[in-house]
Design a protein around this ligand. Structure first.
Ligand code: 5RP
Length: 219
């Protein structure tokens, strides 16, 4: 089975979590795009939609959905998003698409966070995928030096500006053995807006598609 088919299967399995009257947060990326494309089938169950990026907002609007600001909605019932890596503790690396800050806000605000992945994202130890870090532009080289001290190799994501007007450093070669502690420590570096570790607020459910279909894991 192609990776795209697995992504579609995981995304469509998330439709079952969308209950009538839901205030729904929608993540960013190619897996979530399959979820968005399936949303018209269950349009009548949705009370409001909040997007984690401009790209997601544009895709939702193209399907004639209204998109609300989080501040209009308050907390959301359900957040559906992909990940770049996931482990058995439901810790994630996210931000390959650069939307990590708004994604983290929606995950924090959500009563339930359902993560949709294909099996290539499932890992024993996080960190093979370079850890995305959103930084304010003037702090970029300062923050990069702090990650070198932490034995990472920071690479500036060239020609990329986040929806918040910031830059992204991708940190290679980190072994993320203690995701909760590392998320909290890296968050303390001055100039860091968000690190793409989702461990303090992990996923609640992981829907993972492989050759045999979708497996559901609950935290
Ligand atoms: C975007 C993300 C995505 O969830 C992550 O990059 C996975 O993307 P895809 O579904 O395209 O594999 O965190 O910032």
């Amino acid at each position: 089975m192609h990776q795209a088919d697995k992504k579609r299967q995981a995304a469509e399995a998330a439709l079952d979590f969308v209950e009538p009257g839901v205030d729904l947060g929608v993540g960013t990326g190619s897996t979530v795009n399959f979820f968005i494309d399936a949303l018209p089938q269950i349009r009548n169950r949705i009370n409001s939609l909040v997007a984690s990026s401009q790209a997601t907002e544009d895709r939702l609007r193209a399907l004639d959905f209204e998109v609300s600001a989080l501040s209009e909605v308050g907390d959301i019932d359900l957040y559906v998003d992909g990940a770049d890596e996931a482990n058995k503790h439901f810790h994630l690396i996210k931000g390959g698409g650069g939307a990590l800050t708004r994604e983290k806000v929606l995950a924090a605000s959500a009563r339930k966070f359902v993560c949709i992945i294909d099996d290539s994202k499932w890992v024993g130890v996080l960190g093979k995928f370079p850890l995305p870090v959103e930084v304010i532009p003037m702090a970029q080289s300062y923050v990069a030096r702090q990650f070198v001290r932490a034995r990472g190799q920071p690479v500036w994501r060239k020609d990329f500006v986040t929806d918040n007007g910031n830059h992204v450093l991708d940190i290679y070669n980190l072994t993320i053995s203690n995701p909760v502690e590392m998320e909290s420590r890296f968050n303390q570096i001055a100039g860091v807006v968000t690190v793409g570790l989702f461990a303090g607020r992990p996923a609640d459910v992981i829907l993972m598609a492989d050759e045999n279909g979708v497996t559901r894991r609950d935290r």
